[in-house]
Design a protein around this ligand. Structure first.
Ligand code: GLU
Length: 424
């Protein structure tokens, strides 16, 4: 199996991992072989070259991908990431995970993902804008509000969505806000979208801890990744559930303070461009050490392949809530299950983002926008229902929680395919 050169020990190819997860649940659900086989293949894959003028006058050609895994339940939906490790297998896996994610929270979308292999931290704002606009123009034939709707992911944000929306709109000749979600509010974005993934992580942690019989007041939280997901999850867990955030990290390393970190100060520091390990009030630790700290909640909110067969035996969390997509390998899942650690899987735990993306799309279609309170109430309801459903499956089927979430999500997609039939 090929893995990226920077991948941690025990890492596995994400596409192989996604297939393995699907295969094991297909067997449990006794899926008809043609439906299973269809789901093992992405519906549509586009690879494009993105010639981009750099600030020094040279031209660089980046490679971009968009994979639509399934359109069985509605338009394809999923983010676009900018990262040096992006490759086709990663994007295929992330697209498949989006299909299950949308199905598990029962929003009417299929799954997609996009990515560009680049290092956005080494690029200027104008280089990023030119690359984004050229990538968008290459995507025009396959994206659109009824076809495939991109959104932010790792290293992309509302500004990148605004460039995509503008490029698409200028090319078709009128404004099409519904072509992306996660836009700025000034051009049709939804209130609450930016913090939605973090809010969803908090809701799933709270709901699953309640089912599990664990109180969150005073619970010790360790967070890997302090991007959009990690920051908001930390804030909501601290302010709304009374948790103590004892360690956080970013790509440069982490900071640990058993008395609790000041999350607001950390957010100020990182928003101003500072790195987490430079925060003064705590001990510097590596990302490896952070994952192995003793805690109540461990929240990987960075990238895939963080909890692997190499470190799973050393994990000392009671519950893991996956803010990132694909942070735990299948081998690690087995080890964690044997250790009695509850893993709230990505396709449920981080579904708050795409849920508010759906709200954004719905509001745009109605041209009628909701208050933040309305957005949050509806997000609560959808996430809570999904948690209850996954918990009920987990108890009834006596499986781990990832399998339970997959059973709910995959069964919904399979039912859509069964009902529509396979053409011709
Ligand atoms: N990139 C996010 C995810 O992985 C959000 C996708 C969306 O809003 O479409 O769930």
């Amino acid at each position: 199996m090929s893995v990226t050169p920077t991948a941690p020990q025990g890492a596995v190819n994400p596409w192989q991992m996604a297939l393995q997860q699907l295969d094991s649940v297909a067997e449990r659900l006794k899926l008809e072989p043609p439906i299973h086989e269809k789901l093992r293949h992405p519906k549509r894959t586009l690879i494009v070259s993105i010639p981009t003028m750099m600030d020094d006058g040279s031209e660089k050609v980046f490679t971009g991908y968009r994979v639509q895994h399934s359109l069985d339940r509605g338009p394809a939906k999923g983010g676009i990431r900018y990262h040096p490790d992006v490759d086709l297998d990663e994007v295929k896996a992330l697209a498949m995970w989006m299909t299950w994610k949308c199905a598990v929270v029962d929003i009417p979308y299929g799954g997609a993902k996009g990515g560009v292999t680049c290092d956005p931290k080494q690029m200027s704002r104008s280089e990023l804008e030119r690359m984004t606009r050229r990538f968008t123009s290459e995507l025009i034939p396959i994206i659109g509000p009824e076809k495939d709707i991109p959104a932010p992911d790792v290293n992309t944000n509302a500004q990148v969505m605004a460039w995509i929306m503008d490029t698409y709109s200028v090319n078709v000749g009128y404004s099409v806000p519904g072509v992306v979600t996660g836009k700025p509010v000034s051009i049709g974005g939804s209130r609450g979208r930016e913090e939605a993934t973090g809010r969803g992580v908090m809701i799933t942690a709270r709901e699953m801890a309640r089912h599990w019989g664990m109180g969150l007041d005073g619970a010790r939280v360790v967070l890997q990744g302090f991007g959009n997901v990690g920051r908001h999850a930390a804030l909501f867990l601290q302010n709304e559930c009374g948790c103590r955030i004892i360690a956080v990290s970013d790509s440069k390393g982490g900071i640990y303070n058993p008395r609790g970190l000041n999350v607001e100060e950390l957010i100020r520091l990182t928003r101003a461009g500072g790195m987490v390990p430079t925060y003064p009030d705590g001990d510097r630790i590596t990302n490896k050490e952070l994952l192995e700290l003793e805690c109540d909640l461990l929240i990987p909110a960075a990238l895939e392949n963080q909890i692997t067969s190499a470190n799973a035996p050393n994990i000392r969390a009671k519950v893991i809530v996956e803010g990132a997509n694909g942070p735990t390998t299948p081998e690690a899942d087995l080890i964690l299950r044997d250790k009695g650690i509850l893993v709230v899987p990505d396709i449920l735990a981080n579904a708050g983002g795409v849920t508010v993306s759906y709200f954004e799309w719905v509001q745009g279609r109605d041209a009628y926008f909701w208050t933040l309170q309305e957005v949050n109430q509806r997000l609560e309801r959808i996430m809570k229902n999904a948690c209850d459903e996954v918990w009920a499956t987990y108890e009834r089927e006596q499986v781990d929680m990832r399998t339970a979430a997959y059973m709910v999500g995959v069964a919904r997609v399979a039912e859509a395919i069964r009902t529509r039939g396979i053409y011709p």
